[in-house]
Design a protein around this ligand. Sequence first.
Ligand code: ATP
Ligand code: MG
Length: 263
Amino acid sequence: MNTLNEAPAIRVRDLVVGFGDRVVLDHLALNVRRGEILGFVGGSGSGKSVLLRTIIGLLPKRQGTIEVLGVDLGPANDEAWRALERRWGVLFQHGALFSSLTALQNVQVPMREHLVLSERLMREVALAKLEMVGLNARDGDKLPSELSGGMTKRVALARALALDPELVFLDEPTSGLDPIAAGDFDELIRTLQQTLGLTVFMVTHDLESLNTVCDRIAALADGKVIAIGSISEMRRSPHPWMKAYFQGKRGRKLSPGLSAMES
Ligand SMILES: Nc1ncnc2c1ncn2[C@@H]1O[C@H](COP(=O)(O)OP(=O)(O)OP(=O)(O)O)[C@@H](O)[C@H]1O
Ligand SMILES: [Mg+2]
């Protein structure tokens, strides 16, 4: 194994990000291991999407270092950025499909940006990606307004996978889905991660997802990662937000053993 492979998929140190007077991320540190599904939790407005957007270069940092797939983003030039952008895929929190493009054309957007492929080949590859997420050619011809919420998420995932990335960022991929659709989507993410050897950074509020698909969980509060580990480690955390989140009514429902542990 070479040293590049041993580097974490994402390594963040001393990261400070803010808007005006408001500091959102305050000397944050985080490691995401290669090949894991890391669930990232935190209260609404705590800065989860800000962290994701800062890592992929959409928001500026005030301080700190970010390394992705062994590359330090600070000194990286345009060429290095473009090379990295080909190695990751992103599913944004608010779906962000282009409304005037069909599902298939949406999946092709990153290919047009980064690859030189014939139309025919691009269609083939995009169809294969749609198939990978459980959609067919007929779905591919639909406009976003003609897709259900679950299908929209699947198209967005297919687009995130368009360039065969090593790393995918998913921002609340199951929000707005019914529990069955969310469960199916979780299973899909797990299967893809296992078959493609992906590393997944997944922001989620979905305790069921955290329980079933995530290898580790990291929690964000007060601008910092306050805990990282397995779900049972999360449940043992003394931090008030963690207690409320993982041992609150919804958290408890998922852990029948917990009431016995507590009494
Ligand atoms: N571009 C921006 N300009 C100014 N403030 C911003 C910007 N983006 C985010 N913020 C602020 O940063 C804070 C963190 O926002 P963020 O979207 O990261 O929250 P979140 O943890 O993803 O919440 P949610 O779970 O609701 O999606 C919020 O107070 C938000 O208003
Ligand atoms: Mg968010």
